[in-house]
Design a protein around this ligand. Structure first.
Ligand SMILES: [Zn+2]
Length: 342
């Protein structure tokens, strides 16, 4: 079978490798149809891996597939089921898993596509718990964005920041995969949305997605605009994933008791925090990584209801290397989804 492998940091290759054997008892085999790209894939490429891993490694952490074989004892799925794949290999029986907090699993065996082989392969054996049914009406390209993109945004906005109707939100990097999704989800939840983008060209695009105010952070000071527009009070929630370039200003945009939720740091890993501001303003900071199964099911239901991911482009599996470099340069709007050859 074909798989896209990270051969060394910075170099991926489409290679022929042995297909997995028939699924062992308790596992299923899926045929991958699509995979979506994420910044976690770029971190790998940039050699910013914060965990030990062995190369070569199959890339990609989210995608959509079809069940093609069942191991003995599997009754949860049937052949032909369309499923979105959850990359975290969780145990299913620790305290966190039993509480539905799978992304805090105490015995996690790794994240596929990051610590262990990922989803950019034609055939994969996995735990059926990782295969979440795709509702009717959701296509394979959109479904590829369910587990990491939609799941992460669900987890950030609703599980962590507890966004409510009528609240104000600042979404950083609104043109990115999670930024575009966050704009749509926050608007659907009844929020007033400020967002930042890196070019004038993206301003109209984020306004078309429903954002109320769009700011080109390369030209204008977003923190001044946000504070002026909120009578100097600030917003209820900041949705962060940029890091040092925006961190201090993001905190400055929060109102008293405001919440900042972050799931990434695409501009570096260390930033300064004004501690006086943190406690005096009673700010709350949430670190968010991945999603639990309930977040993914909820995201898939939203897709079925018409809230779709923004797709920048559809590519072939072998072009992922080029696409990841495009992601690094931020020359995109929404998600890049690759088709896995049959
Ligand atoms: Zn667990």
């Amino acid at each position: 079978m074909l798989a896209l492998r990270l051969i060394q940091e910075g170099r991926t290759e489409l290679v022929e490798m042995a297909a997995p054997p028939a699924p062992p008892p308790g596992q299923i085999q899926v045929r991958m149809k699509t995979v979506a790209l994420n910044h976690i894939d770029v971190w790998g490429l940039r050699g910013m891996a914060f965990a030990k891993r062995k190369l070569p490694l199959t890339v990609a952490v989210e995608g959509a597939a079809e069940v093609v074989a069942l191991g003995d004892g599997v009754t949860s799925h049937k052949i032909g089921d369309r499923v979105a794949i959850y990359a975290g290999v969780t145990c299913g029986h620790c305290k966190r898993c039993l509480k539905g907090q799978e992304n805090l699993c105490e015995n996690i065996a790794g994240i596929m596509g990051f610590h262990i082989d990922g989803l950019a392969a034609q055939l994969i054996n996995l735990d059926p718990r990782q295969a979440i049914p795709i509702p009717d009406g959701v296509n394979d390209v959109d479904a590829a964005c369910a587990t990491t993109t939609f799941g992460t945004v669900e987890h950030m906005l609703f599980e962590n920041a507890k966004l409510e109707a009528g609240e104000t939100v600042l979404i950083q990097a609104g043109g990115s995969g999670i930024g575009t999704t966050a704009i749509r989800m926050a608007k659907q939840a009844g929020a007033y949305v400020f967002t930042t983008v890196g070019s004038d060209e993206k301003i109209q695009k984020v306004l078309d997605l429903g954002a109320d105010v769009a700011i080109n952070y390369n030209k204008d000071r977003f923190e001044s605009i946000v504070r002026r527009a909120t009578d100097k009070k600030g917003v209820d929630i900041v949705f962060e994933h940029v890091g040092p370039d925006t961190w201090a200003k993001s905190l400055f945009c929060l109102k008293r008791g405001g919440r900042l939720v972050t799931c990434g740091s695409t501009t570096g890993v260390s930033a300064e925090t004004n501690l006086f501001q943190l406690f005096q303003m009673q700010l709350r900071i949430f670190g968010s990584f991945g999603a639990n199964f309930a977040n993914i099911r909820s995201g898939l239901q939203k897709m079925a209801g018409g809230l779709r991911p923004v797709i920048d482009s559809e590519i072939e599996l072998g072009d992922i290397g080029t696409a990841l470099r495009r992601m690094q340069s931020r020359d995109l709007f929404g998600k890049i989804v690759a088709h896995v050859p049959k």
